[in-house]
Design a protein around this ligand. Structure first.
Ligand SMILES: Cc1cc2nc3c(=O)[nH]c(=O)nc-3n(C[C@H](O)[C@H](O)[C@H](O)COP(=O)(O)OP(=O)(O)OC[C@H]3O[C@@H](n4cnc5c(N)ncnc54)[C@H](O)[C@@H]3O)c2cc1C
Length: 368
């Protein structure tokens, strides 16, 4: 009898589920250590406004059954590459022919002197559920980090809990990777109208009761606070299995690791010296890894990311890099900033002009 080859996927995030849904002709085991069906991680803030975990599920249980995907709840503790078995911490072992590491990333924290009980990261459904409970009795909130996730968390808490919210950013302005200074200042002013105070060039020294204390001695009310200072790829399983790792699990354009039967995708993978951290790439890589696991020839090229944010009623869209000569066009509330290097448009930021998104995206990389 011609037995089906076994595809085992570790991680039930976007990358893992995308791959599981795209694999044909193999038996599929999808292992996840979270006590929920796979859910949309980027929507977990909706828990603050009363959404249930179930409402964030990517698919109902029946979808997995119809696709022949066996969902396994458990934590993989090691990979035995010689016997081709993944071992779960409860003692179970699962054989594979092709293995996919879609283990995502860990949110970073820093050690701050003082109380840490009410400090959070916002990475998982459980983080959001716990944070919501604390916020119900909080009288102030602060976010360390003025990146996309930090601003979205700050805005959600200000809207849902109506308490003073402060964003503390070490750079001279928020979203330094996506915006130029002027656009960032317009956004900060809008955030203030929504109850979010932005403090830039801020360095936190310690946590003292219901306050965070900055290096300059200023006290920021924060009965609950959240770190939003980036993520680190979850590569410990790969390290334990002696695969090549750097910042993430090193893969080639066919998404294979240094072991040709083990692939990696999503936040945990590193391709050409680059790690990702965006749902867009997790989804793309999941599809590409599925093809590679089925034996197809794959040469994955990541799309250029578009950052999309809605805060304080402002749509912010950013493409490419905010570097080079600046050209600004305004039309009432709409503001388009183009960044030009050697006569080529290398980046753009749109404020309140989501309608131009596709046409402006098409201009990136073209002559100004
Ligand atoms: C609050 C928030 C908002 C975001 N907003 C956006 C956005 O607007 N746009 C955007 O592009 N991106 C956004 N992101 C980032 C996006 O969610 C991630 O890039 C994406 O989830 C990565 O998908 P992944 O499948 O690689 O990993 P993950 O979604 O992290 O999934 C990995 C899964 O693997 C599990 N796992 C890890 N190790 C093991 C193990 N040993 N055994 C079993 N299971 C294991 C983890 O528990 C997890 O469930 C946001 C992220 C957060 C937290």
């Amino acid at each position: 009898m011609d037995e089906k080859k076994k595809a085992v996927i570790i991680g039930g995030g976007i990358a893992g589920v995308q791959a599981a849904g795209a694999i044909n002709g193999m038996s599929i085991h999808l292992i996840s250590d979270e006590p929920y069906l796979p859910y949309y991680r980027m929507r977990i803030e909706e828990i603050f406004s009363g959404s249930t975990p179930e409402s964030l599920y990517m698919h109902p249980q029946s979808w997995y059954e119809e696709k022949g995907i066996e969902l396994i709840n458990g934590h993989v503790s090691s990979i035995d590459r010689e016997s081709k078995i993944v071992k779960l911490s409860d003692g179970r072992g699962i054989c594979y022919d092709k293995l996919l590491l879609a283990t995502g990333s860990h949110a970073r924290r820093v050690e701050l002197p003082g109380t840490i009980e009410r400090s959070f990261v916002l990475r998982s459904m459980d983080d959001a559920v716990r944070m919501r409970k604390e916020l119900e009795n909080a009288d102030s909130f602060a976010v360390l980090g003025g990146g996309l996730l930090g601003l979205e968390a700050a805005y959600s808490v200000a809207s849902d809990f109506h308490i003073p919210v402060t964003v503390l950013e070490t750079a001279p302005y928020i979203l330094p990777r996506q915006l130029d200074k002027e656009s960032a200042e317009i956004l900060s002013a809008k955030l203030l109208e929504s109850g979010v105070t932005v403090i830039t060039s801020a360095s936190v020294r310690e946590c003292c009761g219901d306050y965070l204390v900055l290096a300059n001695g200023r006290k920021i009310p924060a009965s609950v606070f959240c770190f939003s200072i980036g993520v680190d790829p979850a590569k410990e399983l790969a390290e334990g299995a002696h695969l090549t790792v750097n910042r993430g699990i090193v893969v080639g354009e066919n998404l294979a690791s240094s072991d040709p039967d083990i692939f990696a995708c999503g936040d945990s993978a590193e391709l050409n010296g680059r790690t990702f951290g965006l749902a867009l790439h997790a989804r793309e890589m999941g599809s590409a890894a599925a093809k590679a696991m089925m034996g197809e020839c794959v040469s994955y090229k990541p799309s250029e990311p578009t950052a999309l944010l809605k805060v304080g009623g402002i749509d912010v869209v950013s493409f490419g890099t905010p570097e080079g000569e600046k050209k600004v066009e305004t039309d009432g509330e709409k503001r388009r900033t183009f960044f030009i290097k050697d006569g080529i448009i290398v980046g753009a930021v749109l404020l309140n002009d989501k309608a131009s998104m596709m046409s402006v995206k098409a201009m990136i990389g073209k002559k100004a």
